[in-house]
Design a protein. Structure first.
Length: 271
């Protein structure tokens, strides 16, 4: 039986968790495979008798590897990619890494001058990702913007429904966030402490990793963030979490890359 397959492949920090728990389950006329079942997605697809299947996961630096696996197995699949303006995406990813133990400053995370950061410039280029999808799949991807999800959510939802040939009930969609981001002061304290002790496990992945994560890493991480929340401002490092001038430079640095994506959205998007 010929199956119609749709893969939402991120990027990370573009409203993915919200979509996976608030919107995608409400799509009618398609079998939805949540990211918690992603490791089994190919087996589920191959064994399912449903004709239309929708799979969601989020990728950032794993994009080429994971999307390449999809292309090798299902070159007729249709992909959905959500992008976020580079400076905004950097700020969000940086906060996530600080929460998880990163001790460096913003320019240590992404260095646009010498490309000596934790993430490399190529990790932040969007257009090569779109070109990769165009080259390896028979159908054009649907490319959407995170800003539209925030400002005009139902317009965003309508495009996905049209692309997938599904419907949804607007009254069933909650616009409430799944979880809120940590505040600036919590993350400033966490970043300061990361210099001395991050509480992260650095061993290779093995069978012990889940136990270490839930009984060691997570308790330390969220205890530290909780302390940062209640500490008076006078006891916190006064250095800003985000360098706004550097973010402006990042926005300008990637302006050509973003413009290529916006041109595709305007002229070549399938819906």
């Amino acid at each position: 039986m010929k199956k119609e397959l749709f893969f939402h492949v991120g990027l990370a920090k573009t409203g993915t968790t919200y979509l996976q728990y608030r919107f995608f389950p409400c799509l009618k006329g398609v079998k939805y495979i949540q990211r918690t079942s992603y490791k089994k997605a190919f087996k589920i697809i191959d064994s399912s008798e449903v004709e239309k299947i929708f799979v969601s996961n989020e990728f950032d630096r794993q994009f080429y590897r994971e999307v390449g696996k999809i292309a090798e197995k299902y070159p007729d699949a249709r992909l959905i990619v959500v992008l976020r303006r580079h400076d905004s995406w950097l700020a969000s990813e940086y906060k996530r890494f600080v929460k998880n133990g990163f001790a460096g400053r913003l320019h240590d995370f992404l260095d646009i001058e010498n490309d000596d950061g934790w993430w490399k410039i190529e990790d932040f280029l969007f257009w090569p990702r779109i070109e990769f999808v165009l080259k390896n799949f028979r159908e054009k991807p649907l490319v959407l913007l995170y800003d539209e999800l925030r400002e005009y959510p139902f317009s965003f939802f309508d495009k996905i429904a049209k692309f997938t040939g599904t419907t949804y009930d607007r009254s069933k969609i909650s616009l409430a966030p799944v979880h809120k981001s940590f505040e600036d002061k919590e993350l400033r304290f966490r970043r300061w402490l990361n210099r001395y002790f991050s509480g992260e496990i650095t061993e290779k992945h093995d069978w012990r990793r889940p136990f270490q994560r839930y009984f060691f890493t997570y308790p330390i991480r969220y205890t530290v963030l909780g302390i940062g929340k209640i500490l008076p401002e006078s006891l916190l490092p006064d250095e800003p979490l985000l360098d706004k001038n550097y973010l402006s430079k990042v926005r300008e640095f990637f302006s050509d890359d973003l413009e290529k994506c916006l041109t595709y959205i305007k002229e070549d998007n399938p819906v």
